[in-house]
Design a protein around this ligand. Sequence first.
Ligand SMILES: [Zn+2]
Length: 309
Amino acid sequence: MGDGMIRAMALDGRARVVAARTTETVERLRAIHEPSPTVTAALGRVATGALLLAAALEKVTGREPMLTVEIDGGGPAGRLLATASPSGWVRATVANPGATAPPRPDGKLDVAAVVGTEGSLVVTRDPGIGEPYRGVVPLVSGEIARDLAYYLSESEQVPSAVALGVHVLPENRVEHAGGYLVQLLPGVGDDEAAALAARVAELGAVTPRMREGEGPQAWLERLFPGGIEILERVPVRFHCGCSRDRVERALKLLGAGEVRSLLEQSRTEPVALTCEFCRTAYTVPPEDLRRLLAEIEEETGTDAGVPAN
Ligand SMILES: [Zn+2]
């Protein structure tokens, strides 16, 4: 069974649900960023959460819709950021992959201790047409699933349940990762909501279920014994999408001053730039920096001169 997510409806169309298995994808993130086990769990939860939230974006023709989850909790891991699309790709990065924290008293990885609990959760929905929509809430737990549920309930006014799990083996390899999101639409009564909350509690953490061989569809069937209507199955994978061309465009966005200062620092040496999402290194030789500088100045109409080396 490979990574994938299931989008479904339940309660006769009054509950929107998505569940995902992200084991290989989170293991790929671990291999790229080489984080500590606790940061692996944090990064995997943020990436899985971004995928679950992205699944609800409408697919449009033209530019691909995307959703970014950014968490800055003031903890030693620093900023965590993941971007995902409803087509099932995700990429993620963390400021300090090596951050560690002692395990919790129950022996589990203490995600909140590396993420921090004093800060914010920012969700940016880029629908692919028009302007991106950005919502911000304070962190409530630092464990990420509860923070995302709080965001959806407070900022988007949709009562939601979110479960996220990443099980990291002692040798720091991802054994299981996944999660689910349930959103209650108007028309769900208090009794139904309470019954669902009881089944969420009964289902418990997802990674022990995965170890027993249960996947996303089984979780949804447990949560909704009345049945689910599967809308779509989407394969999930890591994908960055960076390229030499995009690096040059990003450099141009930095502006003439920044590019000129890079050129002055590098002199005759190429500048090395590493993609923060996939760690691909791009080297930009001075002649390309000079060309970019000339292009910026042509586009902005400045004539400050291009330094020669
Ligand atoms: Zn990249």
